[in-house]
Design a protein around this ligand. Structure first.
Ligand code: ZN
Length: 261
């Protein structure tokens, strides 16, 4: 039987002003946990799952992974909390934002990698509907990001995560062509699947409103929790066009500021 890879997907862990880490705005803020919420999640999840291991060093058999999208400034504090349990995290970086206010800088990225965490691509500019881009734009998002990260880290970056979970076969093929061989999606499943040389992984998304018990249920592969997230993911896909513009606006403002600054 194919091993199961159970992966939880978090974003920022931040106290006080949520814009201190990651993208800002109401749509992004609902993904951010406070330090104490995150500690409760780690306590609860570690009682049933773990250790969280690197997807690059996974022993045969089932594996458990922790992943963090968007490369917010809180990534190093998250790494501290993981390391206190002997856990390894995956941090996915939209490279256009490196060094911007609220995001990790180059030294931070290098430190994460040096400390043994997986630093991967999360596209370059974090498009909200990557699957809607044309093939050359998709290719550009993945290749720019992997080239920048590989240069900064001094080693080939081969792991990525699709921004906003906007999966399509074309998005995955473009990632593979850019040199990635492992791609995390937001499909709520512990099953992996292959596309040529690329291995794809699902993830269970945790937001501020997710109680620790539900994160535990995801980590255990509880069938009801999985079905619940699958149903809400389908709904979310359907309403993304309504929600997307909010997050898109803050992303565009940040990019504009970068160009201006
Ligand atoms: Zn993201």
């Amino acid at each position: 039987m194919t091993p199961r890879h159970t992966s939880l997907l978090y974003h920022d862990v931040v106290d006080g002003d949520p814009s201190a880490s990651g993208f800002s705005g109401a749509a992004a803020d609902r993904y951010k946990l406070t330090t104490s919420q995150f500690a409760r999640h780690l306590d609860a999840v570690s009682a049933v799952a773990g250790p969280a291991v690197s997807v690059l060093a996974t022993p045969p058999g089932d594996a458990f992974h922790m992943s963090f999208d968007d490369g917010g400034a809180s990534s190093l504090a998250i790494a501290d909390a993981l390391e206190a349990r002997g856990w390894v995290g995956h941090f996915f970086i939209p490279t256009a934002f490196v060094g911007m206010p609220g995001f990790l800088d180059v030294a931070g990225l290098r430190e994460l990698a040096h400390r043994g965490h997986v630093v991967g691509s999360h596209s370059h500019s974090h498009p909200l509907a990557m699957s809607a881009l044309d093939r050359s734009a998709m290719a550009d998002e993945w290749s720019r990001s992997t080239v920048i990260l590989s240069d900064l880290l001094g080693e080939a970056v081969t792991v990525g995560a699709i921004p906003a979970g906007s999966y399509s076969r074309a998005v995955a093929e473009a990632a593979s062509e850019a040199g990635l061989d492992r791609l995390f999606t937001s499909e709520p499943t512990a099953k992996t699947w292959r596309l040529g040389t690329l291995t794809l992984y699902g993830r269970f998304s945790v937001v501020a409103a997710t109680p620790p018990d539900l994160a535990v249920a995801f980590a255990r592969g509880d069938a009801r929790a999985v079905a619940l997230q699958a149903a809400s993911w389908k709904t979310k896909r359907a309403i993304r066009s309504a929600v997307g513009p909010l997050w898109g606006l803050t992303r565009d403002l940040i990019l504009q500021r970068r160009k201006a600054g």
